[in-house]
Design a protein around this ligand. Sequence first.
Ligand SMILES: NC(=O)C1=CN([C@@H]2O[C@H](COP(=O)(O)OP(=O)(O)OC[C@H]3O[C@@H](n4cnc5c(N)ncnc54)[C@H](OP(=O)(O)O)[C@@H]3O)[C@@H](O)[C@H]2O)C=CC1
Ligand SMILES: CC(=O)N[C@@H](CCC(=O)OP(=O)(O)O)C(=O)O
Length: 336
Amino acid sequence: MNVVIIGASGYSGAELASLVAKHPHFSLEGCYVSEQSLDKDKLLSELYPEHTGLLDTLLLPLTEEAFSVIEQQADYVCLCTDHKVSVELAPKFLALGKKVFDLSGGYRLAKTSDYDTYYGFEHPYAQWLKQAQYGLAEWFAQDIANAQLIAVAGCYPTAALNALKPLKNANLLTDDQVIINAVSGVTGAGRKANIATHFCEVSLAPYGLFTHRHTPEIAQYLDHPVLFTPHLGNFPRGILETIYLTLKPGTRSEDIEKAYQVLADEPLIRLKGSTIPTIKGVVKQPYVDIGWQQQGEQLIVVVAIDNLLKGAAGQALQCMNIVNKKPSYVGLKGVC
Ligand SMILES: NC(=O)C1=CN([C@@H]2O[C@H](COP(=O)(O)OP(=O)(O)OC[C@H]3O[C@@H](n4cnc5c(N)ncnc54)[C@H](OP(=O)(O)O)[C@@H]3O)[C@@H](O)[C@H]2O)C=CC1
Ligand SMILES: CC(=O)N[C@@H](CCC(=O)OP(=O)(O)O)C(=O)O
């Protein structure tokens, strides 16, 4: 399959380009940036010298002519662009008959009103929003396989949903809100310069209290209310979430272990029982690490992922493998 990446100079785009370039079934046909980009006509490996030899690929401007080239060349188009940019680009590539894998949040939520509330823009393509398939690889593989537009799951939601859906599906949660405290490395905020992510400014602080756009995303796909608070930490990559919940009375440790068995055979999920996952354990790895400890009716679940792999490019590649009718872990296990 021929793959084109839009937004290839960004953190998730470059990560995905490197995965595609090494993949046994995919060929990296084109790497694009915006027409006005300061990086156009540079080699991707100039920006990411660790990929010298692998990604000596020109960053091309996404001009009108580029769309014709992509129409001829590409089977899969990956949008590693900001939400608003993706919202506008996806229908154009869909109209060309391409399979579109959007790493942004532009097509993840069911209700257009949530875009007004949480994204700050009116969603213009309700029809495509209805047809988009949420790309949470371990949970929706069958629907992903047949979709034309895949809205790859968000980074924080990927961790939260894999940690919580087994418990929800086993009917172990009370109706209480689940509390999710998350911390992310700074690559989560993207590559463009921003004072809030400046090296000298970042320490450890929460942000987006009550308003972060991943709140409705987690609640929608968990079908349960959540109180989600992200924090920015002063390290480059990785996400760790500490999740507090109340179990139904009488829930035994065996019930929890049994609930998590639904993920036991997933090659990219590592169930760690009472061992607490760490960011160190997942950085540059494609896995979700999940651990938990129980005290009576209280359960604390800790989950860790690499935001750029399982939280973005790794999961996008899983979705591409699924659409290509291959095991989702191809090109990911043993990635580093
Ligand atoms: N970083 C992360 O951990 C995660 C990110 N995501 C999502 O993935 C998307 C990309 O994120 P990230 O990689 O961090 O972002 P970056 O800011 O690092 O990269 C954005 C890329 O988009 C390009 N771009 C901007 N405008 C356009 C345009 N109009 N046409 C084509 N290309 C354009 C930029 O290049 P230039 O501006 O030079 O044109 C750059 O290559 C976002 O929607 C984000 O929410 C999802 C999960 C995790
Ligand atoms: C640290 C940081 O800023 N993280 C980003 C989330 C990462 C991301 O890009 O969000 P999606 O997964 O929805 O695409 C944020 O909070 O906006």
